[in-house]
Write a protein that binds this ligand. Structure first.
Ligand code: PLP
Length: 441
């Protein structure tokens, strides 16, 4: 794969530094790499260098770059109808909802489309509040739910803004045995104590004031935290006990990343609402939404849902969802993610951990993994974030794009990744860990 010939080296960077205001950053001193084109798990920069994309951009590229079927579907739909208001019926929209619902648990009947994950959570919170007539939303400290009004207050990590920007948000600690807040030494203990903590917070807040519990099925940016068996069913029991709506955020975990269509498929839990975005069409066109159970949907049979967006169910997004989900089903993309996780990537990362004292824990599933980096395995002291950012640069210099957060490298390739690509990536991680250990240990 090569970059188109008319790409002038340096031009994209020049324009970026002149005119682009970047997310999550102080603007001075930024020097982003360029990306010109991509195919599968690889991208090419403006100097013609190829990189393995083991970040899946922002963990949204489940089907890989440049899938011909998705590209063709977008082109065809653009020729037919490039935009339509949400109030009209449109075949692409209906088919996208039908495909999404075919992968959801029984009892989910409707889809409300948004432009991405944050507005999906925003609207799910609103549905829960209207359904219950209550106000508060409980979410995890270790979580990310998006960067809009309520979603960023529900977020628990460093990006959370103070509560005065949105009413009634409360945070709890979720299960995370490696860095347990509950002094637990087994998964079963961690699970039981985290559930007890959640229920006590519900009681202390006043159950009749709690509208929703909003959780990522598998916490993504907060550390790839797969909940212990029994935790999510336990949360559903608490929700039912107090008449609370359970919203599972599958924005990052959904559509194959964990090796199943939804992460919740592996956890014996059915929520009231599911939010999605990213992997549903791998971000080829911005799209997200809320999947409603019949119970929540019925609330709005005779009552107006006071929400909507100009681009809700945008035809290009819808056509790309249909094509992406059909291609994923026919090409066994979800099965590939499961097999890679089980047989290749998981074992490969564990082998790396056995060789490298810097790796305190490897955790994950499917193509959704984190290396929790520590200066000392006995104290579990995290590697400083600045060092991990330096490791990301070292990985890029060797041809691998990585996703890093706090003291962690997240290993999150597209679901279509091959055994050979995993082998190449593992060799690069190995080299960079060796260099970092020479510096840090
Ligand atoms: N929820 C989760 C779990 C996410 O990981 C993200 C984005 O990373 C969001 C919501 C927000 O999605 P978006 O950036 O599309 O608004």
């Amino acid at each position: 794969m090569t970059a188109p010939q008319d790409v002038r080296a340096g031009r994209a960077r020049e324009l970026d530094r002149a005119h682009i205001f970047h997310s999550w950053s102080a603007q001075a001193g930024l020097d982003p790499m360029t990306v010109v084109t991509g195919r599968g798990c690889e991208v090419v920069d403006e100097d013609g260098r190829t990189y393995l994309d083991f970040s899946s951009q922002l963990v949204n590229l489940n089907i890989g770059h440049g899938h011909p079927r998705v590209v063709a579907a977008i082109q065809e739909q653009a020729g037919l109808l490039a935009t339509v208001a949400p109030g009209y019926a449109n075949l692409a929209r209906g088919e996208a909802a039908e495909r999404i619902l075919s992968h959801a648990p029984d009892g989910f009947t409707k889809v409300f489309f948004t432009n991405g994950g944050a507005d999906a959570n925003e609207n799910a919170i609103r549905m829960a509040r209207l359904h219950t007539g209550r106000d508060k939303v409980i979410s995890f400290y270790r979580s990310y739910h998006g960067n809009t009004g309520a979603a960023i207050v529900a977020t628990g990590d460093w990006r959370r803004v103070p509560n005065e920007y949105a009413r009634g948000h409360v945070h709890v600690f979720g299960p995370f045995l490696y860095r347990s807040e509950f002094w637990a030494s087994t998964e079963a203990e961690e699970c039981e104590r985290a559930l007890h903590h959640l229920e006590r917070v519900v009681q202390a807040e006043g159950p009749s004031s709690v509208a929703a519990i909003l959780l990522e099925t598998v916490v993504g940016t907060g550390g790839v935290l797969v909940p212990p068996p029994g935790y999510l069913p336990g949360v559903r029991e608490i929700a039912d006990r107090y008449g609370i709506v359970l919203i599972l955020d599958e924005v990052m975990a959904g559509f194959g990343r964990t090796g199943s269509w939804f992460a919740l498929d592996q956890h014996d839990v059915v929520p009231h609402l599911i939010t999605f975005a990213k992997g549903v069409n791998s971000g080829y066109v911005p799209a997200g939404g809320v999947i409603l159970s019949a119970e929540i949907s019925a609330t709005f049979d005779d009552r107006v849902f006071p929400g909507g967006l100009t681009y809700s169910g945008h035809p290009l997004a819808m056509a790309s969802i249909v094509a992406a989900l059909d291609a994923m089903a026919e090409e066994g993309v979800v099965e590939n993610a499961a097999r890679i996780g089980e047989d290749v990537l998981g074992p490969g990362l564990r082998t790396l951990a056995a060789r490298h004292p810097l790796v305190g824990e490897v955790r994950g599933t499917g193509v959704f993994w984190a290396l929790d980096l520590v200066l000392d395995r006995s104290t579990r002291e995290p590697v400083p974030a600045a060092e991990v950012v330096a490791m990301r640069a070292a990985l890029a210099a060797r041809g691998l794009l990585a996703f890093v957060a706090d003291n962690r490298i997240h290993v999150v390739p597209p679901c279509v990744v091959t055994d050979q690509e995993v082998a190449r990536a593992l060799a690069i991680y190995d080299e960079v860990l060796t260099d970092a250990e020479e510096r840090l240990l």
